[in-house]
Design a protein around this ligand. Structure first.
Ligand code: ZN
Ligand code: ZN
Length: 404
């Protein structure tokens, strides 16, 4: 009560003085949005993860894989079947003010910019630089997030010898690109090299048999090979590649999907159907930890906020918390009916995203999103979402709003 009288007095004083600055109050704002693609329908739903309401739905040309940029301002929807990559402005932007970040919140929007081509597949973004790979084309395309947000669709390109299912990693003046199998480009790539955008190769080609799967963690980027990981670092902005072999102690196998830790520098990959491998790139032999799962793995993700945890969903309907430092399954929670990994790889099955305090799991069979509190590892809420909710990404966070 005392506070109210006091601020009323200040307001009256300010009115008297004709000042408006006094009224521009700063407040901390927290916003999280989920973008959820349907497995069957050509639609992406944007959901307010706090109110659990659909804000908007965007009609695409086909079912989409979703990739968020590191800034979270843009989500790219790769529609492999129809050859289109669409861009969605998430409506959440942060501006670094040094001691704090400002948050700008607006309506999400499907941008006019789109990229069309033969079989768009792997998408990689680093610090606003983007590489979009097309499996049916013999050049890789590069652009920036800022250009897309400005409505520009011009690209830079790099030659990749022959069309193949590979990947490119973008840097400011360079890219790392996969090298196709010269005998049969439909086979997995055989290595990686550094190129620039003027057609030059930089340094030696590096062998990476069976290359598939890539991820960034802090200053490092990793590519998965049948023999180990390629670890890419930069020296004065130029990428350098080093091969980190799987240790002898690991059983037969390799990773073909990678994720990178946020807050802690590590990589996590699949390693057989019912195991994951956690890799600390600063160590050799001891840097690899194998984690056995109770059943086969459906999906996994890292927690960008609680950095020591990653989550794995298994086909018995359980979500598991993995401590990436100890390599142990620390908690398990049954969320859904079983989802067998038999059948097509792209059948509708759960996917995981972390949105602030919540781990959100899509459940296409029951048309539901499950919300699990990440601290308590307990289901706290759910939301109905019509269709087959499948691929999911989260954007958001907290920032200051200066009331203008
Ligand atoms: Zn500010
Ligand atoms: Zn692939």
């Amino acid at each position: 009560m005392k506070q109210r009288i006091l601020s009323g007095a200040i307001a009256a004083l300010a009115t008297t003085l004709g000042s408006t600055a006094v009224f521009a109050h700063d407040e901390s704002v927290t916003v999280w949005r989920l973008l959820v693609a349907d497995q069957e329908a050509s639609v992406v739903n944007v959901i307010d993860a706090v109110d659990k309401e659909v804000i908007d739905s965007f009609e695409l040309s086909g079912p989409a894989a979703l990739h968020r940029s590191s800034s979270g301002e843009t989500v790219f929807a790769v529609q492999g079947a129809t050859g289109v990559v669409s861009a969605i402005n998430t409506g959440i932007a942060f501006h670094d003010h040094g001691d704090h970040a400002d948050i700008d919140v607006s309506s999400p929007a499907l941008l006019d910019v789109e990229f069309t081509g033969d079989r768009p597949a792997h998408f990689v973004e680093q610090q606003g630089y983007i590489a979009q790979w097309f499996d049916g084309e013999d050049t890789a395309r590069f652009f920036t997030e800022n250009a897309v947000l400005d409505g520009q669709s011009e690209v830079r390109t790099a030659n990749i010898e022959a069309a193949h299912h590979g990947v490119a990693v973008p840097y400011q003046h360079h890219a790392v690109v996969s090298i196709p199998n010269a005998e049969d480009a439909s086979q997995r790539p055989i290595g990686a090299r550094v190129v620039d955008f003027e057609g030059n190769r930089i340094g030696e080609d590096v062998a990476c048999p069976g290359l598939h799967g890539s991820a960034g963690s802090g200053s490092l980027y990793a590519l998965a090979c049948s023999t180990g990981l390629l670890i890419i670092s930069t020296n004065n902005g130029t990428p350098e590649i080093e091969h980190l072999p799987y240790p002898e102690s690991l059983p037969e196998g390799s990773a073909s999907t990678l994720l990178g830790g946020k807050g802690l520098q590590y990589f996590v990959g699949n390693y057989g159907a019912d195991r994951i491998v956690i890799v600390d790139p600063s160590q050799a032999e001891e840097g690899f930890q194998l984690v056995q799962l109770p059943t086969r793995r459906v999906h996994f993700t890292v927690d960008p906020i609680r950095a020591r945890f990653a989550y794995v969903f298994t086909e018995d309907g359980q979500l598991h918390q993995v401590d990436v430092l100890s390599g142990e399954l620390t908690q398990s929670l049954r969320l859904t009916e079983p989802y067998s990994m038999d059948g097509h790889w792209n059948d509708p099955r759960p996917r995981i995203a972390v949105a602030g305090d919540n781990i959100v799991v899509t459940d296409p069979a029951t048309e539901t999103l499950h919300f699990v509190n990440a601290e308590r590892f307990e289901k706290v809420d759910e939301m109905a979402l019509e269709g087959k909710p499948f691929n999911i990404v989260a954007v958001g966070g907290s920032g200051m709003s200066h009331g203008h």
